[in-house]
Design a protein around this ligand. Structure first.
Ligand SMILES: C=C1C[C@]23C[C@@]1(O)CC[C@H]2[C@@]12CC[C@H](O)[C@@](C)(C(=O)O1)[C@H]2[C@@H]3C(=O)O
Ligand code: AKG
Ligand code: FE2
Length: 252
């Protein structure tokens, strides 16, 4: 999935776009603004994807997780494999999901239920509270808070009562939400063979919250079937509408 983002991929960048909260054609939501609920609903309907700024997740948590993640993925394969193979949780390498999908990616897949986080990590890191585990806990809790806020704005914008109808699914003890930490290693030059990091798919959840370092590669498909690159922004989050939200809010 790592492709160069070229400016001609973003023909919508003009004053009109910025005035309409579109940046490179991608809706931009400022969570600190009072009109964000209406803009979120419009972005979901028109694009199924938007970028979030003023999200309230401390930058320190973001940087700390990124630096601990880099350390984890730099470990020898034999160490990382102690946390694998992903079945479906914890460490996975190239095998994505349980249907035989393959990608040029290694990852950690965790449930966000805190008990499970510690359980999965105990098997890998022993009983010592290590830095990656602490960084993950701080990050996941802060991102969950932001996600609940977005889900509540969404419910309000859609005029669905009560406003926690979606966010309570995330707060539930038994929530099946997952956290995925993807690392795309450098790709060998293999002639014309096209290695994809994480192939084309839709997300089955209500929403997915994405963040990346400053590397381009993520692409989204528009209504007309064309694909555009999402310009990376390490300080923001990107929200993707999942199949569950799309289906449950569909107008019949
Ligand atoms: C190839 C796949 C991995 C995935 C299940 C799927 O068949 C298509 C969606 C993928 C995804 C994306 C969001 C989450 O990261 C995930 C855990 C999920 O529920 O759907 C992954 C799945 C996975 O890694 O198993
Ligand atoms: O790693 C990425 O940029 C995208 C991963 C993704 O689409 C997912 O985990 O659902
Ligand atoms: Fe996805």
């Amino acid at each position: 999935m790592v492709v160069l983002s070229k400016l001609e991929h973003f023909p919508n960048l003009n004053n009109h776009s910025i005035a309409n909260n579109l940046l490179y054609g991608i809706p931009l939501i400022d969570l600190s603004k009072p009109d964000s609920k209406q803009l979120i609903v419009k972005a979901c309907e028109d694009f199924g994807f938007f970028k979030v700024i003023n999200h309230g997740v401390p930058m320190d948590f973001i940087r700390r997780l990124e630096s601990e993640a880099i350390k984890f993925f730099s470990l020898p394969l034999s160490e990382k494999e102690k946390a694998g193979p992903a079945n479906p949780f914890v460490y996975g390498n190239k095998q994505i999901g349980q249907n035989g999908d393959i990608g040029w990616v290694e990852y950690l897949l965790l449930t966000t239920n805190s008990e499970f986080i510690s359980e999965s990590f105990k098997s890998v890191f022993g009983d010592n509270p290590d830095k990656l585990r602490l960084a993950l806990n701080d990050y996941i809790l802060a991102v969950r808070k932001m996600t609940c806020e977005i889900l509540e704005l969404m419910a309000e914008g859609l005029k669905i009562q009560p406003k926690n109808v979606l966010s309570k699914l995330l707060m539930d003890e038994q929530s099946d939400s997952v956290f995925r930490l993807n690392h795309y290693p450098p790709c060998p030059e293999l002639g014309s063979e096209n290695l994809i990091g994480f192939g084309e798919h839709t997300d089955p959840q209500i929403i997915s919250v994405l963040r990346s370092n400053n590397t381009s590669g993520l692409q989204i498909s528009l209504r007309d079937g064309s694909w555009i690159s999402v310009p990376p922004d390490q300080d923001s989050f990107f929200i993707n509408v999942g199949d569950s939200l799309q289906v449950t809010t569909m107008e019949i």
